[in-house]
Write a protein that binds this ligand. Structure first.
Ligand SMILES: [Zn+2]
Length: 361
């Protein structure tokens, strides 16, 4: 197998780096007869989309396997080499057999109650008491994460409302932890947050309803946040299509209007924030660079925002960066990748499982 060498600078410290790639792994020791891929590039661990859906069709509904493969390729080509799949209605484990596709950390299927999520995507629980069992089942089906729907519109009241009772949440989250899995939840509004956070949930998706009080709870419980800002930008569209539910529509517009303050406050308070696009469904795949930009717009420094989609996110998900023996999933840029989304989404070279893949640029 050909060995390679890359040399240049890396982040967060802009320090010099020289790495060798052999047998799909990174070596910090020189490897003989290595072919030099770059002499003076910006070298980053592969990007992470910490919230996307491989297997949900753009426009809605389950995707077929060929479509899921195309989604994964789209992510790879913009440098997203590690995906945390936040719930998929189809079994995409076959994608793990393809060496040229990004690595996927799955959360199984979304867990909801009848009529309380997008139709056809979730496993529906008829009775709260079945939640712990459902969580264990999805923990065994996934790759270390379980995804709950924490709140959704309740059409009988015409507004967002929590799905679960606090007591059963604690039992369910404990059950997931006993299986070695972490739990996350979709939450748009305010009311579901205290119950989920105090029950020990590991992460909140969206989190637009965070208040100073629940931000403080997240800090105390070390709960992570994946705000999916490129998806929050669609809230006005969601509101516009919900004219039969004016309270809900107003609520969604209000959450949208203050999202920059909400996420900025969470960041200032010390909540760990990671980049996820929510691609699949209403967002196209391949948008991670836009999310990084959006995170800088709410107050993360460009280096923090990029880390939230690369080295920091990898470490949170249990994947190494540039240590000796780590999988060689990396990106090479000729220009500082913090320059902007056009640069970040077009690496000069993608190295996946040790194999260099020149990109369109
Ligand atoms: Zn999602």
């Amino acid at each position: 197998m050909t060995a390679y060498r890359v040399c240049g600078r890396t982040l967060p410290d802009e320090g010099p780096i020289e790495l060798w790639i052999v047998d799909g792994k990174i070596s910090v020791e020189p490897v003989r007869n290595a072919q030099t891929l770059c002499e003076n590039g910006w070298i980053l661990p592969g990007l992470v989309d910490a919230h996307c859906h491989v297997g949900i069709r753009y426009g809605g509904g389950p995707e077929d396997l060929a479509g899921a493969i195309e989604q994964a390729k789209t992510e790879r080509d913009v440098g997203a080499l590690l995906l945390r799949d936040a719930g998929s209605p189809i079994d995409t484990r076959e994608l793990d057999d393809y060496d040229d596709l990004p690595r996927i950390i799955r959360a199984g299927r979304h867990i909801a109650t009848p009529k309380r999520y997008i139709r056809g995507l979730a496993v529906d629980i008829e009775d709260d008491s079945q939640l712990p069992e459902a969580v264990v089942q999805q923990a065994r089906f996934g790759d270390g994460w379980v995804k709950l729907i924490g709140d959704w519109i309740d059409r009988s009241v015409g507004d967002l409302r929590p799905l679960w009772d606090e007591k059963i949440l604690k039992t369910a989250i404990d059950a997931a932890h006993a299986e070695g899995a972490r739990v996350t939840a979709h939450v748009f509004g305010e009311d579901a947050l205290p119950g989920l956070i105090s029950a020990g949930i590991d992460c909140i998706e969206h989190g637009t309803g965070l208040t100073d009080e629940t931000i403080e709870m997240m800090v105390e419980h070390k709960t992570a946040l994946v705000p999916t800002l490129v998806n929050i930008a669609t809230f006005p569209d969601i509101a516009a299509s919900a004219s039969n539910y004016p309270v809900y529509a107003r609520h969604m517009r209000d959450l949208h209007a203050r999202v920059a303050t909400t996420v900025g406050r969470a960041h200032d308070a010390g909540v760990k924030i990671y980049a996820g696009t929510d691609a699949g469904g209403s967002i196209r795949h391949g948008r991670i660079a836009d999310e990084v930009q959006a995170l800088t717009d709410v107050g993360l420094t460009p280096t923090e925002a990029l880390g939230a989609a690369s080295w920091t996110a990898r470490s949170w998900l249990g994947w190494p960066g540039f240590e000796h023996g780590a999988p060689a999933d990396l990106l090479v840029y000729s220009v500082d990748p913090r320059t902007g989304p056009d640069v970040l989404s077009a690496p000069d070279l993608v190295v996946l499982r040790g194999v260099p893949r020149p990109t369109g640029s």
